[in-house]
Design a binder for this molecule. Structure first.
Ligand code: FDA
Length: 389
C-alpha cells in the first residue's frame, strides 16, 4: 500500500489539468488511466488540430439540468487562462470561425503541453493501469489497481463519458458515482448525427450540404451547415441541435435562412419553369428536386395556386422532420447528462456528501456546444478541483 495525497482517474483533458494543478501546488499526485496511449480524444479532436477553447465561452453555451452550475468553474479558469497557457508553451493557434480556436499544427501540441505541466509538478504516471476497486476510509480512500494499491486523501474522477468506446471510453465514472450514492441525470449521445427511418431516407441526397437555421424543441437556433448522409443528417447545425433533441421529437429547419421564398415565387409565378428549377437558384439542385418530390406535385410555376405556393414557402422556412434516432455513442462527440450537479459543489467539484471525492469533465452533467466549449469545461473543472484537492 502506497500513500499519496491525490489520485486522479482518467488522464484525458480534465484529468491532466487536475493533476497539473494539484501537483504544482505541491500535492503528491498519481494519474491513472487504463489506456496505453495518452489522451486519445484530444489527439483526434478538431480533425487532428484540437479546437481547444472558444472566445465566447459563457454558461449559456452549456446544457445541464442546472444551467448555473458551470458558471463558477468557468469564471475561476476561463478561456483566457487557457489561451495564456497555450501561449506560454509557444503553441501557434488561429481562430477558425465563431470564436473557435485551433492549433496551427497538431492536437499533439496540447497533449505535450499538458503532459509537461503534469511533469513540472512531479505527477506520477500510471498508464495502462486498471482500477479494480475503491474503498472509502474515515478520511480518504483506498484505490486498488492492477499494479499497486494506493491510500489517498483526495480522489478525482475524470474518466469522461461513453462516446467512442474503441478509444477507451467507459461508464467507470458513473459506476463510482453510484457506489457513493450520487444521483445521475439521464445519459444520451450528444453532438451526434441524427438518423432517419429507411422510408424517410433521402438516400440520393448523401453528400449534399446546405446553410440552415435549425432548432429542436425549445432549444436555441443554430445557423450553420446541414449535411445529408446515407443514414440521415449531420453537419454542425445538426450536431448542435442533437444536444437539445429528445427521441420522438421533430427537428425544424429553415432551409432558406435570411431569405424569403415568397419573394422568389413572386418573380417566377407566371413562368413555365418547374418548381425544382426555380428553387435550384437558392438551393442545391439535388436537394430542390428531392424536396419537391417529397412534398408536392411538380408542375410549372404558373399552375400553382397562391395557397399552394404559400404552403411550399411555409415548408421551406419551417421544414419539420422526425429523426428516428441518433448515430449513438460510436459517433457522438460527447455524452449528455452525467453526475447530477446537485450532488456536487460548483466551486470545487467535490461531492457534497463525500468529502475528498471530486468529479470533473464530461462525466458531470455539463455538456458544451460544438466549438471548443467541451474542452474549456474539462480544463476549467479539472483546474478547479486540482486547486483544492
Ligand atoms: P476524456 O474522454 O478526454 O478522458 C477520459 C480518460 O479516462 C480517457 O483517457 C480514458 O482512457 C480514461 N478512462 C475511461 N475509463 C477508465 C477506466 N475505467 N479506468 C481508467 N481510465 C479510464 N471538444 C472540444 O471542445 N473541441 C473539439 O475539437 C472536440 N473534438 C472532438 C472530436 C471527437 C471525435 C470527440 C469524440 C470528441 C471531441 N470533443 C471536442 C469533446 C472532448 O473530447 C471531450 O469533451 C473531452 O475530451 C472530455 O474530457 P474528459 O477529460 O472529461 O474525458
Amino acid at each position: 500500500m502506497q500513500d499519496i495525497d491525490v489520485i486522479v482517474i482518467g488522464a484525458g483533458a480534465a484529468g491532466m489539468m487536475a493533476a497539473a494543478s494539484a501537483s504544482q501546488r505541491g500535492r503528491g499526485v498519481a494519474l491513472i488511466d487504463h489506456s496505453e496511449r495518452l489522451a486519445e480524444k484530444i489527439r483526434i479532436s478538431g480533425g487532428g488540430r484540437c479546437n481547444f477553447t472558444n472566445l465566447h465561452c459563457t454558461a449559456e453555451r452549456y446544457v445541464s439540468r442546472n444551467p448555473h452550475y458551470c458558471k463558477s468553474a468557468l469564471a475561476q479558469y476561463s478561456q483566457h487562462d487557457f489561451i495564456e497557457l497555450v501561449n506560454r508553451h509557444g503553441i501557434a493557434w488561429h481562430e477558425k470561425k465563431l470564436g473557435q480556436l485551433f492549433c496551427d499544427e497538431s492536437a499533439q501540441d496540447i497533449i505535450d503541453m499538458l503532459k509537461a505541466e503534469c511533469d513540472q509538478g512531479g505527477t506520477v504516471w500510471r498508464m495502462a493501469t486498471s482500477v479494480e476497486g475503491i474503498e472509502r476510509l474515515d478520511s480518504g480512500f483506498i484505490v486498488r489497481t492492477s499494479r499497486e494499491h494506493w491510500r489517498c486523501q483526495s480522489l478525482i474522477i475524470a474518466s469522461g463519458g461513453l462516446s467512442i468506446p474503441p478509444i477507451g471510453a467507459t461508464g467507470f465514472g458513473y459506476e463510482v458515482a453510484k457506489q457513493f450514492g450520487l444521483p445521475l441525470t439521464p445519459l444520451a449521445a450528444g453532438l451526434v448525427p441524427l438518423t432517419f427511418e429507411p422510408k424517410d431516407l433521402y438516400g440520393e441526397l448523401a453528400g449534399v450540404s446546405l446553410d440552415c437555421d435549425a432548432h429542436a424543441g425549445a432549444g436555441p437556433h443554430f445557423r450553420e451547415n446541414v449535411l445529408f448522409t446515407h443514414r440521415g443528417v449531420s453537419g454542425p447545425a445538426i450536431l448542435q441541435i442533437s444536444s437539445y433533441w429528445t427521441p420522438g421529437q421533430e427537428i425544424a429547419l429553415d432551409l432558406l435562412p435570411g431569405r424569403d421564398a415568397a419573394q422568389l415565387f413572386e418573380e417566377a409565378k407566371r413562368s413555365d419553369m418547374l418548381l425544382p428549377n426555380v428553387l435550384a437558384d437558392w438551393l442545391p439542385k439535388r436537394f430542390a428536386q428531392a424536396f419537391c418530390a417529397a412534398h408536392i406535385a411538380i408542375k410549372p410555376m404558373k399552375q400553382y395556386s397562391a395557397a399552394e405556393l404559400a404552403q411550399i414557402s411555409g415548408h421551406l422556412h419551417d421544414w419539420r422532420v422526425k429523426p428516428s434516432g441518433s448515430e449513438g455513442y460510436k459517433k457522438a462527440e460527447v455524452t449528455r447528462g452525467g453526475v447530477d450537479t446537485d450532488a456536487l459543489s460548483s466551486k470545487t467539484m467535490m461531492a457534497r456528501k463525500v468529502p475528498g471525492l471530486f468529479f470533473v469533465g464530461e462525466v458531470v452533467d455539463v455538456t458544451g456546444w460544438l466549438g471548443g466549449y467541451n474542452f474549456q469545461w474539462a480544463w476549467a473543472s479539472g483546474w478547479v478541483a486540482g486547486s483544492v484537492a
